[in-house]
Design a protein around this ligand. Structure first.
Ligand code: GNR
Ligand code: NI
Length: 168
């Protein structure tokens, strides 16, 4: 397994739309394992393949604090079940050091494939609904900062660009 580098805003590669996974085979299972290792190493609760510059529709999520509840969503599609908006303070491993409230529908149904290529079909609410919608956005090239005002987004961009120049 391998820890992969996480792309950071405003890297244009984060704007790539992810392609459908043709088959859940060994290549995809290795990708999934690397995504979990990368996500746990970074103390995240979710990761989309887009964030490690792999533009295929794969999401991993683990909301537990001890790595005991790994979830995989390959080729996910979501349907809004309850369009009532709930606000939640979101962070993102691709926008390190920043968090802002984002409003999203409170209940969604997700259909996807798991690590073994078996169908998953669940209705989810709460933090899992927030996280899944956040990760679905990544697969479409969208980031939580896109929901903020242009001024806030610009401030975040400038601070991260400065930090990235410092590290380079
Ligand atoms: O680790 C993460 N925490 C988080 C908190 C609130 C809403 C969404 C998230 S997802 C984020 C990891 C990440 O960037 N996934 O794409
Ligand atoms: Ni994110």
């Amino acid at each position: 397994m391998a820890i992969r580098k996480i792309l950071e805003f405003p890297d244009p590669r984060l704007r790539t739309r992810a392609a459908i996974v043709p088959a859940v085979d060994g290549r995809i299972q290795t990708l999934i394992d690397d995504m979990f290792e990368t996500m746990y190493d970074a103390n995240g609760i979710g990761l989309a393949a887009s964030q490690i510059d792999v533009h295929e529709q794969v999401i991993v999520i683990d909301l537990s604090s001890d790595g005991s509840a790994p979830r995989v969503f390959v080729n996910p599609s979501i349907e809004v079940i309850d369009e009532t908006l709930d606000g939640f303070e979101e962070g993102c491993l691709s926008v390190p050091g920043f968090s802002e409230a984002v409003e999203r529908p409170k209940a969604i149904k997700v259909e996807a494939l798991d690590r073994d290529g078996r169908p998953v079909d669940e209705t989810v609410t709460g933090l899992l609904a927030v996280c899944l919608q956040h990760e679905m956005d990544h697969l479409q090239g969208k980031l939580f900062v896109d929901y903020l005002s242009p001024l806030k987004r610009q401030r975040i961009r400038q601070r991260l660009e400065k930090e990235q120049r410092r590290k380079a």
